[in-house]
Design a protein around this ligand. Sequence first.
Ligand code: 5GP
Ligand code: MN
Length: 315
Amino acid sequence: MNLLCEIGEAKSVAIAGHIRPDGDCISSTLAVYAYLKCARPDIRCVVFTQDNPPTIFSYLEGYDEMNLTYSPKEKFDVFIALDVSSYDRLGDALWFFEEADKTICVDHHETNPGLADVNEIRPYASSTCEVLYELFEKQFIDKTVAECLFTGIVHDSGVFQYSNMSRRSFEIVGQLVEYGFDGPKIIQDTFYVKSYVQNQILGRALLESILFMDGKCIVSMIDRKMMEFYNVLPKHLEGIVNHLKNTRGVEVAIFMYEMGTQRYKVSMRSNGGVNVATVATVFGGGGHARAAGVEMNGTYYDVINALSREIQKQM
Ligand code: 5GP
Ligand code: MN
C-alpha cells in the first residue's frame, strides 16, 4: 500500500486506534498524525481516542491534541484505523469509520479480517508502528515521527524481547534511533517505571496466582474491590500478565480483571505452544498467537473453565 496515494486528494482525515489504547495504539495514531502534518499539511487531521490515553505517553507530540469527545459528528473523507483488529474495538469512532468516504486499515493482528476498504495487515510485524515505518516515505519521517514509531515497537515487543522482533524489526529500530531522541529514557519511563500502587497490585496478583494443568498454566484475577482499594484503573494493570508468564514451566498465562458483575477482561500470553489468539477468538476476542485478549461473561470459575477447555485442546 502507498499510504499517501490512498489518501489521495482527501481534505479531511480521521485517525483512530482501539479502545483502552496501549503503547502501539497511541504511538501509531500519533505517528500518522505527525507524518501527515509533514507530508500533507493541507489536510485537516483529527486523532480520536476512546479512553484517556495513559499519561506516560504525554511526551509524544500530538498527545494533547487527541480528541476524546466525539461531537459534533463530522464526516471525513478518509478514516485510518490503526492497530485495530475488529469493529467493536473501534469504540465510538466506529460511527466516523462507517460514515467516511474511504477507510484504510494498518495493523499487525492475525485475527484482523481486513476491516477497511484498503488494508495493510502484516501479522509477522512486531507492531503497527513497524508496519507504518515500511509504509512511510522516508523524506517525511522526522524526529517526532521516529519517536512515536520507536515507542510503539518498544511496547508491543516488551522492549525487543518477544519473538515478534525479526531481523527487520531490529534494523528499523536501528534506523529510528538515528533521529536522536532519548531511547533509553523512553524505555525506562514508559515501560519499566510503575507507580507505587501499581507495583503493590502486581505483588497481589503474583501472590494470589494459581498454577494448574500440571504447572503449564497460571491464572490470576484482580476484582473490583481490590481495584477500588488500591485506586487503580484497568490501564494500570497492563504488564501483570507478562510477569505471570515469567514463571518456569508455564506455557500459558491468564490474567483477568473484573469489568462489571460477572464480566471479565482477559489477557493471555503464551510461549508459542498454544495459540492464544485462537482461544480468544472462540469467545469473540482476538490478538496474536502469543498475546491475545477477550471480554467474557460468567463467574471467575466459569471463565477459567471455558478458557481451560480451549487451551487443553491445543496441549
Ligand atoms: P492485552 O492482553 O495486552 O490486552 O492484548 C493482547 C493482544 O490481544 C493485543 O494485541 C490486543 O490488541 C488483543 N486484544 C486484547 N483484548 C482484545 C479483545 O477484547 N478483542 C480483540 N479482538 N483483541 C483483543
Ligand atoms: Mn499493536
